[in-house]
Design a protein around this ligand. Sequence first.
Ligand code: FAD
Length: 459
Amino acid sequence: MSFDFDLFVIGGGSGGVRAARVAAAETGARVGLAEESRMGGTCVIRGCVPKKLMVFASEYAEAMREARDYGWDVRIGGFDWPAFRSRLEGELDRLEGIYNRLLEGSGVEVFAQRATLADPHKVRLADGTELTAKHILIATGGWPALPDLPGVEHAITSNEVFHLDALPERLLVVGGGYIACEMACIFNGLGTQVTQYYRGPQILRGFDGEAREHIAGHMIRHGVDIRCNTNVTALRRTAAGIEATDTAGEVRIFDQVLFATGRAPNTAGLGLEGAGVALGARGEVPVDEYNQTAVPSIFAIGDVTDRVQLTPVAIREGMAFVETVFRGNPTPVDHELIPSAVFTQPEYGMVGMSEEAAREAGPIEVYSTAFRPMHKGFIDREDRVLMKLIVCAKTRRVLGVHIVADHAGEMIQLAGIAVKMGATKEDFDRTVAVHPTMSEELVTLKTPVRRTGGDCSGA
Ligand code: FAD
């Protein structure tokens, strides 16, 4: 049977673009790709990139205050949101252009419209065109999930936050995940009065407990009004702003309410069930370790599979798919020990297990220190950094590294290599410190602060 394409990709985000480009440019496959919105997807248009640029923007006020204490004659004026936003939009246009040119240069045929599945080898475009392909790759990503509550239409999500007409004076962030916490810190840094509601007992659920406490304490000291065990029950637009009622019945007024309460896989109306792919409980596309669905011609990568929702993971899954299907080299994606960062202020970089998860797994030693770094101590700031290693008491392998400090994301990338290689605590100890730095603590932590379980109990 002959097909219009060897591969048709639905979704032009991190995973889809990479898979399409590599399959076309490096294996000579005939590739088509449909993107219904803007090329680049969540990461480039409404995720990592605009967020990180906003993080940079939001750090200047504190940097200028610190500069003053270091002796600089600095006067801090206001933040010009429209000027920043228009520069940001220009940058996103530029990046989108690069993505389009890369696809074009690789010989990928791009369809700027929505695509759905018609059958295991056929996609239907929004204009009614039907195209056949030997393989179909679902890379449609995820979408912010909003709770069902009265007045929720007055709230925004991370999709809209980068394009606000004005910087809100009072912002309510709802949610305790990494996106919610990053947004709270960004707007706090830009001068907005930020309140954050989270329904659980502490923000950043699932991350290391000590790191969570450390970050929450820092955020509160720097002005974010974090209210845990609190949720919104209703929103109402009034002349004074958006009125939010919380679970305790308290009513407060905000200029914007941002919900960052989770993301759902983008599979609604995609035609997967009709093509024979049953969706998972959260609407995700179930795949095996080779990204293949129950229908042999249909594969899925990235956020839509609801495995690890990070850009570099979606990209790796896309590359592994091409290697498996177009180079005949079955390649599973390794989802173990993925380093990642939360761009709160202070930043949090982590790889491997949290202390809580490691305790469940067996006897561990915990090495941890919170200290005032040289840069802050000099100007009498109370801000401390946290450096923490979790070590298996039996094998001596470092099971987890947690860093809460400026540039922790940069540091954890490198620590991640050592952990991935199976480094032991003694390997860390044998490494000479770089002085004076914050990360030198990682190789000079001598005494465990806690020992738990098995061999270590009673020590
Ligand atoms: P996406 O990038 O979401 O791309 C999917 C694309 O498919 C979209 O462009 C969409 O328009 C398109 N599409 C959907 N349905 C159809 C259809 N039927 N037809 C045609 N096109 C369709 N990750 C990190 O690693 N680091 C970070 O710091 C980070 N920060 C983030 C901050 C925010 C605010 C958000 C929301 C996410 C962040 N992420 C971060 C996560 C990261 O953006 C995603 O993991 C990544 O973009 C997933 O890539 P993907 O290819 O699976 O999907």
